[in-house]
Ligand binder design. Structure first.
Ligand SMILES: NC(=O)c1ccc[n+]([C@@H]2O[C@H](COP(=O)([O-])OP(=O)(O)OC[C@H]3O[C@@H](n4cnc5c(N)ncnc54)[C@H](OP(=O)(O)O)[C@@H]3O)[C@@H](O)[C@H]2O)c1
Length: 323
């Protein structure tokens, strides 16, 4: 398997793989059955072997299970991995029950995360949201204290507004913005992305497949137990209209000899040097396909087709990413 290119996180920040491994779906985040742990660990090992070193988790993914899984996987190869952890969401039995960004809570969370991961320093630590309950200054200031204590190397943020990003960066240099971004989710191009680019903050873009919509494998109606049924994007007439757009992606993928998912990932990485596609892969079989996506280039005509078909607002209905 070939090696992956690198990306710099923020001004003078660390070099990490340009393709990130999202580990969230290796735990039972919304309840439901637990994915195969042996396969998950083998996937992390194979990713590290391919120099995909950026591993993404949250302390609330599986209520700590995800961090313990990553801890097991990196036990004898800490130096091969760059660990990115989110904090602040509180889950119980697969349901979100609140957020906690109080400084005293953050100083508590980090110790549990370090223990579960079995490491001494988290490479990138970030609040999962900024919900207004605690001033941005206090949240980032607290994480900056953790940098001084040697428990954190770099600070990131996730799912915030352009103003919050500017404020956070004025308190401590922000290395990365973790944000939902795909052909189907482009609203952040209006003000958040310009702010991140101006500040030279890396964009760790998740949900590249838009909850599976862009894989080309979705059919209407969805099966009754599909979790996507909760979101208006996947309901009734919305889903019919959205799948019509996906047909254009499928056709282009077929013409180029790739899968729709590969094109969806490639479109994100083609947005520039600051962009990292952060992709969930819970099984080894995903890796070769998604690594190959990192070499795909588009002609100006192909890019134009994608950008006009999936213009801002073209995909109708929402997901949990309400902005
Ligand atoms: N900051 C936040 O608020 C936030 C929110 C959500 C997620 N995240 C992070 O971002 C990562 C990615 O997000 P995501 O899981 O929502 O989106 P995603 O990467 O689009 O993954 C969605 C699904 O696509 C599947 N997939 C991957 N490669 C595929 C391929 N080549 N063909 C077909 N299907 C493929 C994955 O399946 P398998 O799992 O079966 O391999 C996964 O179930 C997460 O793991 C998490 O670390 C952050």
């Amino acid at each position: 398997m070939k090696n992956i290119k690198q990306i710099q996180l923020g001004q003078n920040g660390p070099l990490v793989s340009k393709l990130g491994l999202g580990c969230m779906r290796m735990s039972s985040i919304w309840g439901g059955p637990m994915p195969d742990e042996t396969e998950s660990i083998a996937t992390i090992h194979e990713a590290l072997d391919s120099r995909i070193n950026f591993l993404n988790t949250g302390d609330f993914y599986g209520a700590g299970h995800n961090e313990m899984l990553i801890g097991k996987a990196i036990k004898s190869r800490r130096d091969d991995a760059f660990i990115s952890v989110k904090f602040g969401a509180i889950f119980h039995n697969g349901h979100p029950i609140g957020m906690d960004f109080r400084p005293v809570a953050i100083k508590n969370f980090i110790n549990y995360s370090l223990t579960r991961l079995g490491i001494e320093t988290i490479d990138l630590y970030q609040p999962c949201r900024m919900d207004g309950s605690v001033p941005v200054e206090d949240i980032i200031g607290t994480v900056a204290d953790l940098v001084k204590e040697g428990k954190v190397r770099h600070i990131g943020v996730s799912e915030i507004t352009a103003n919050q990003l500017r404020e956070a960066n004025s308190i401590y240099p922000i290395s990365a913005l973790e944000i939902g971004y795909s052909l189907a989710e482009r609203q952040i191009e209006i003000d958040l992305l310009p702010a991140a680019k101006e500040l030279n903050i890396a964009i760790v873009a998740f949900a590249n497949t838009a909850e599976g919509l862009l894989t080309g494998e979705m059919k209407t109606p969805l099966s009754e137990n599909a979790y996507q049924n909760h979101f208006s994007r996947f309901q009734g007439e919305n889903l019919v209209r959205n799948l019509e757009k996906v047909e254009v992606l499928k056709q282009l993928a077929s013409d180029k000899g790739y899968t729709p998912t590969q094109l969806a990932i490639a479109w994100v990485k083609e947005q520039g040097d600051l962009f990292m596609p952060l992709v969930s892969m819970s099984r080894r079989s995903r890796l070769p396909e998604n690594i190959t996506a990192m070499d795909i280039v588009f002609t100006p005509e192909e890019m134009n087709t994608l950008n006009t078909t999936f213009a801002v607002g073209a995909i109708v209905g929402g997901t949990y990413l309400q902005r």
